[in-house]
Design a protein around this ligand. Sequence first.
Ligand code: CP
Ligand code: NVA
Length: 314
Amino acid sequence: MKHFLKETDFKSSELPGLFALAREFKAQRGHHATPLAGQTWAMIFSKSSTRTRVSFEVGIHELGGNPLFLNKNDIQLGRGESIADTARVLSRYVHGLIVRTYDHAEVQQLADLGTIPVINALTDLLHPCQIFADLFTLSERWSKGGDLVGSLRGRKIAFVGDRGCNVANSWILGANLLGMKISLAGPPGFDAAPEFDALLTREGFAGGYQFTTDPYEAVRDADVVYTDVWVSMGKEEETAERIRVMSPFAVTPKLFAAAKPDAVFMHCLPAHAGQEVTQEVLDDPRSIIFDQAENRLHMQKAIMASLAATKAQK
Ligand code: CP
Ligand code: NVA
C-alpha cells in the first residue's frame, strides 16, 4: 500500500502519470470518474487550514467519497490516546487518512501502524501536497500542452526567507526529484532540522541545493521566486526575532526584477503582505499564487485516486 508522506513516495517514473491525471481531473471537473465511490476519508488536523482543508473536502466529494473532518481536539487523540491506537481504530472504519500535525514522526507512525493510505497535509518538516501542486502549476505553464514533467527539468527556483521551513524543505525534495535547480537565501541560524539533512542523504540528494545569505545571488537566473511566511505555525513565540532577521529577505519588486524577465512569483499562502512579500509583488501579473491554490484541488485528487488504486491492488 502506498502513502504520501514526502515527495519521494512517488517514484520519478510515476510522475508523468500522476501529473497527467491531475490535468485530466482539472479539464473534466464535474464529469470524471469517481474512484472513491463508497469510501470515507478522514482528515485529522492539529493546525489551522483554509486551502488544504477545503481542497481535500471538495476533492474527496468530487471523487465520489465522503470526507470526515476531525479536529484533533475533538477526538481522543487530543486527550492523550496514542497514535498507535488511533491508527488501528480508524483503519477499521475509513479508507484513507489525511493528517496535518506538528511532529513528522506522527504521520510516519500512522502510516506504519494503520492499514489504509496516509497523506501528509503538512508537518513541521514537509508539505508535499503543496509542492506537487506547485510543480503541476509550473508544468502547466511551461509544457504548453506537451510533456508536463519534462518541462520542469533544468529550471531554477529561488526560495527566499525562512529557508528551514516545511515548504522550503519540501521544495528541495521536489526540485531534486524533478531535476530542477534550487537556491535558498535566508539569515544564518534558521537551517532545516537535522532530520531533514538525514532524509536528503537517505534519498540520495545530499548537497542537492545551494544556500546563500544574499537574496540577490539566489534569484539570479531564477525561473521562479518563492517565499513563505516567516513565522510558521508553532513558531509564534519567535515572531519578533524572525521578523527582525528575515526582513532583508522580503520579496520586493526590486528583488523580483533581479530574477529572469519572465520569472513567476509563487507563495503557498497565507501571505503576510508587507512582511515576506510586498502587496505589489503579490498583485504582479507574473504572480501565480491563486493558480497554485486552485491546483491543490486537482493534484490532491490525482494523489488520492493513485493511493486508492494501490490499496485496491493489495
Ligand atoms: N498553503 C496551505 O497549505 O494553506 P492552508 O494552511 O490554508 O491549508
Ligand atoms: N510554513 C507554513 C506553511 C503554511 C501553509 C506553516 O507551516 O505555517
